[in-house]
Design a protein around this ligand. Structure first.
Ligand code: SN0
Length: 316
């Protein structure tokens, strides 16, 4: 594997999940693989799990890590071609990507959607320009459109909690005070396309995701109906895709409560975190035995580790 920007960059999801579960039991078995090599983690946005788990994964493989926060410590980068750079952007991605490539063997990037212009977000300017100009592999640590390391971690968690029948998995929208990106939901859907499951997406009208990603998945606008008999409830807020980046007020409360979870088949609650308690999910659900959120966060290490391992094996 050269770059990891989408779950489909993995040759075989099921096999990769098994390899990740092996790493979970044998964290340090490949600690000499990354010896003498370096990964640069570039953050254009905040992070807790992604930053620490990717660093931990790198460390388990013997890689050195350099972390850079672009928020207020880096130069503002320009991505447009043929532009007169007389405004606030000090450096072009063309130089930046080539320069960073000289200091490391892998570049990992987090750059969220701006949620201002759909077309601009979908062009994935940051990650695609780094891929274009860098001379080393690039890993997506959440871009405008996707968060494939999270989706792989979620596939690992689903496997660990698999039921003895074809599972029903529900992706449910939930309320949030801020406009959030579509990346986590998109990558979860991309990943679910590769699973043998009954998969249903539920959200209020007006919150339909990109049809090119959703494809033929059932969309149910009645949350209670969607929850019936579900084995897994995967929860995420996203802003409107059609009215791009807008938050459309709702009459009905879409928060995940214990009463709603009672409609499921003793369903597990999943969320990528960070989560707003008692807005997205009631305390009683996230604190219940059926909540997998802490395990999901733990699996971020093995998701990153298997991806970095596959990239390192091709570098050699
Ligand atoms: C990000 C998102 O894409 O939704 C990252 C999730 C892994 N989440 C947020 O930005 C939440 C911010 C908040 O204020 O709750």
């Amino acid at each position: 594997m050269k770059h990891y920007t989408h779950i489909n960059d993995l040759e075989n999801l099921q096999q990769t999940v098994q390899e990740a579960l092996f790493l979970k039991k044998n964290e340090l078995q490949f600690e000499s693989l990354g010896k003498g090599k370096t990964i640069c983690l570039l953050f254009f946005n905040n992070s807790l799990r992604t930053r620490l788990s990717t660093q931990k994964a790198a460390q388990n493989l013997g890689l050195n890590t350099i972390v850079m926060n672009f928020g207020n410590e880096g130069w503002q980068l320009e991505y447009e071609d043929n532009i007169i750079m007389n405004q606030n952007k000090a450096e072009h991605v063309k130089e930046a990507a080539q320069v960073v490539s000289q200091y490391c063997d892998i570049i990992a990037i987090r750059a969220f959607a701006s949620l201002e212009k759909k077309q601009k977000d979908e062009a994935e300017l940051v990650i695609n320009n780094f891929i274009k100009y860098a001379s080393v592999p690039v890993v997506n640590m959440e871009s405008s459109v996707g968060h494939p390391l999270q989706a792989l971690a979620d596939a690992i968690t689903l496997e660990e909690h698999k039921v003895n029948h074809k599972p029903k998995v529900v992706l449910s929208w939930a309320p949030h005070p801020k406009a959030l990106p579509h990346a986590v939901a998109n990558s979860f859907i991309d990943m679910m396309h590769l699973q043998d499951a009954e998969f249903v997406i539920t959200h209020p009208e007006g919150y339909d995701l990109n049809p090119e990603i959703v494809k033929n998945v059932t969309v149910e606008y009645n949350q209670e109906k969607a929850f019936e008999n579900a084995d897994f409830i995967y929860v995420k807020n996203w802003s409107s895709y059609n009215e791009y980046g807008q938050v459309i007020p709702q009459e009905k409360d879409w928060m995940i409560t214990a009463d709603k979870m009672k409609l499921t088949n003793n369903g597990k609650f999943m969320h990528c975190l960070p989560v707003r308690r008692n807005v997205v999910v009631a305390d009683e659900v996230i604190d219940s035995e059926n909540s997998l959120v802490i395990e999901q966060a733990n699996n971020r290490t093995y998701s990153a580790q298997i991806v970095l391992k596959k990239i390192l094996e091709e570098l050699k």
